[in-house]
Design a protein around this ligand. Structure first.
Ligand SMILES: [Cu+2]
Length: 129
């Protein structure tokens, strides 16, 4: 193969990876729990903890977890954060709730078995003070 062919192949693989990420599936065999400190959530930087388990409550280790915080009303920029695994199946991220009001979280996880999870979780009201 000539060098151009490798380049084309790399581009195609990248495209495939990107479209998988945006089109992640809500995997039925994965439990996703979300906790926020402080609780109830308040405006400002908070610690968001995601627990990933299988249906037998076995922790799902080695995932890459990303969070996207959104508000229910239009015109707000989403807030992103990357979580790190602090214990088996436990992923923590700092996330800045930039405004009081109703929020929801989109949890994206790349599992070690190669599958991609995407799940939306309602947070409800974030206090403004
Ligand atoms: Cu807002």
């Amino acid at each position: 193969m000539r060098i151009q062919h490798y380049f084309l192949l790399a581009c195609l693989l990248l495209l495939a990876a990107c479209s998988r990420n945006t089109g992640g599936q809500d995997l039925a065999d994965v439990n996703v729990d979300l906790m926020i400190n402080p609780d109830p959530p308040a405006m400002g930087v908070s610690v968001v903890t995601i627990i990933l388990e299988d249906l037998s409550n076995v922790p799902i280790e080695g995932a890459t977890v990303e969070l996207e915080g959104n508000m229910n009303h239009a015109g707000m920029a989403p807030v992103f954060s990357e979580a790190s695994e602090t214990a088996p199946g436990r992923y923590e991220a700092d996330l800045d709730f930039t405004m009081g009001g109703d929020w929801f979280m989109i949890v994206r996880a790349q599992l070690s078995d190669g599958r991609t999870l995407e799940r939306q979780i309602d947070i409800g009201s974030v206090r403004s003070s």
